[in-house]
Ligand binder design. Structure first.
Ligand SMILES: Cc1ncc(COP(=O)(O)O)c(C=O)c1O
Length: 397
């Protein structure tokens, strides 16, 4: 019987909705917000939608693999080079979550004895998705004192058996904000290829760390070395298409026969699950990626989001450093992406919520994208007060 407890994100969001304090700040969910707190539709998405209305595409059923133009464009965007694209099999999914679930089911179907190694703290939904697919999950520490725990990742790769899987986030790890450096992708790839260990890469925050190609390069480096890999891609963040449930699952195989087999398994699972993915978000992304001018506009908008996140992070860290014992916050500058993981324990996060109306999640994560720039000074004071609150145990990042 699965746990009937919802993950804390949705419980805290409901609590926030009932909070009447004027200064309340919702930093729970990873949604990009502007200075007014709204989550605007990206202009490139609005332009694509206007063109779609004009063309009025059919609402006929898609095939089980979804929108084929979208699949081809996403495969090219994510993999970036012919040698990888030619080894890929892609199916449109119900966003990144749907891709994770389908790929977890594929891995379980093709190797019921596999172990999946998962770095913790993990994205809250990763354990639930892997367990729902009946995969055996073994955890390892993804970070040590706020920095990436490269040694633990390499140790896991060296001890895994052939057919085992390591789940890796492509960049801007949720919740730690850490991105793996290229050398670690390379070293892990060499060990995994030698031992027959399969990478399961979750790409949700590409473009929001150091730049689109920079964020994808580590994974591409690994894929050049390993014979097989699976990749879950979310369109939610990079196009702001959260509620349109847009994404795809990419399977990289050594030969076409195995790729065709993987597509067959994925389509059978999808058919019994939701049958066909939703059309709209994929149509929008295919329209954007298929038109060089609109694509360039989207890239510029994505870069703007990334730059603003970096400014918010640096601004908050600057303010935190000015508070008593503020130097402890300096390493936060190295984090990347939509989130910031504060070195606070669950009780200190409770203090932040109860005394200062700032809603983050118990692991210390706040969504940077939800912080209006004008609120940074008072947010830093609140965080410093929570850090100094005489309670709880600090967690290691
Ligand atoms: C690491 C990670 N993977 C996957 C997802 C799934 O996103 P979606 O299902 O909205 O595409 C998220 C969403 O927050 C995430 O943080």
């Amino acid at each position: 019987m699965p746990s009937l407890q919802l993950d804390p994100l949705w419980r805290l969001s409901a609590e926030y909705a009932a909070d009447t304090r004027a200064e309340r700040l919702n930093l729970v969910i990873g949604v990009y917000r502007d200075e007014s707190g709204g989550s605007p539709v990206m202009p490139s998405v609005l332009e694509a939608e206007a063109r779609l209305v004009e063309r009025a595409p059919t609402k006929e059923y898609l095939g089980l693999s979804g929108n084929l133009d979208f699949n081809a464009a996403m495969t090219r965007l994510i993999l970036g080079e012919d040698a990888l694209v030619s080894r890929a099999t892609t199916i449109q999914t119900v966003a990144g979550t749907g891709a994770l679930r389908l790929l977890a089911e594929l891995l379980a179907t093709t190797g019921p004895d596999r172990t999946v190694y998962l770095g913790t703290p993990a994205y809250v939904n990763h354990p639930a998705i892997l367990e729902a697919a009946n995969l055996n999950v073994v955890e390892y520490p993804v970070s040590l004192d706020g920095a990436l725990n490269a040694e633990a990742a390499l140790r896991v790769a060296k001890s895994a058996r052939a057919g085992d899987v390591i789940l890796l986030q492509g960049c801007c790890h949720n919740p730690t904000g850490l991105s793996m450096p290229g050398w670690l992708w390379g070293e892990l790839a060499a060990v995994m290829a030698e031992r027959g260990v399969i990478p399961f890469v979750d790409q949700a925050y590409f473009g929001l760390g150091d730049g689109l190609d920079e964020d994808l390069e580590g994974m591409r480096r690994m894929l050049r070395t390993v014979p097989e890999a699976v990749i879950a891609v979310s369109g939610s963040k990079a196009w702001g298409l959260y509620s349109e449930r847009t994404g795809c699952a990419i399977v990289l195989t050594a030969d076409r026969e195995r790729g065709d087999y993987a597509r067959g398994v994925l389509e059978v699972i999808a058919r019994a699950d939701y049958s066909q993915p939703p059309a709209h978000g994929a149509l929008v992304v295919a329209e954007i990626l298929g038109d060089p001018a609109l694509r360039a506009q989207w890239r510029a908008e994505l870069d703007d989001m990334r730059r603003r996140l970096t400014e918010l992070r640096n601004g908050l860290v600057d303010e935190l450093i000015r508070t008593p014992n503020g130097e402890t916050f300096a390493p936060l500058r190295d984090q990347r992406g939509m989130f910031l993981r504060l070195p606070l324990g669950a009780e200190q996060m409770d203090h932040l919520r109860e005394k200062h109306a700032v809603y983050g999640i118990p692991s210390g994560r706040i969504s940077l994208a939800g912080v209006p720039a004008a609120r940074i000074p008072d947010l830093a004071v609140s965080i410093a007060a929570a850090a100094g609150a005489p309670m709880g145990v600090r967690v290691s990042l």
